[in-house]
Every structure is written in C-alpha cells, then in structure tokens.
Design a protein around this ligand. Sequence first.
Ligand code: SF4
Length: 99
Amino acid sequence: MDATETPANWRTLAACATADPGLFAAPDSDEGEGLFAKSRREKRAVAVCRFCSVREQCAAFAVANDEKWGVWGGMTEWQLAIRRGQARRAANAERELAS
Ligand code: SF4
C-alpha cells in the first residue's frame, strides 16, 4: 500500500478503529485538558499507532489536510506541527526551484 490510496481505504485498516477514540483527541471541554493528562493520553494513543499498518497514510493525510488537533500517524500535536512546517518549507523550496 502506498500513501496515495484514498482515506477511505486506509481507514479500514486503522489500528485505532477498535481503540478508545478518546485517546486520540482532547476531550471536548471548556476547561481543557491538563498538560500531564494530555501527555499521558497522547503516549497511550501513540502506543496504538506504533502497531498500525497505515501509519504513513495517516500521517500524510493529516499533513495534507492541515490537521492541528489529535494524534495522527503516531505523532502528537506538536510533532505533527513540526511535520506540517517541514512539508510547507519543502513545498516552498520546490516552488522557488520551479520559478
Ligand atoms: S496511525 Fe494511529 S491515528 Fe493513524 S490510523 Fe493508525 S492508529 Fe489511527
């Protein structure tokens, strides 16, 4: 399988399909989530991702769709922010080279 397959295809193989969905995104609460609780939740989610066969597709989807919240592709929110920044810089460099 490669990263070009449609989201609908890779999602059927997601390891998180049978996991607690509350692990992968912050609780919907006005009070938010404490840093310690968030870190603990994200570690548990990333542990599920570690054994996921569609991790690359998930990560590529999250970057392509500018996902800012939740665990995607085995990455925490800040790791995903770094990946989005890298992707943006690479795209900018490509555009500059092409012009
Ligand atoms: S990489 Fe993680 S978040 Fe993405 S589909 Fe797999 S288990 Fe779910």
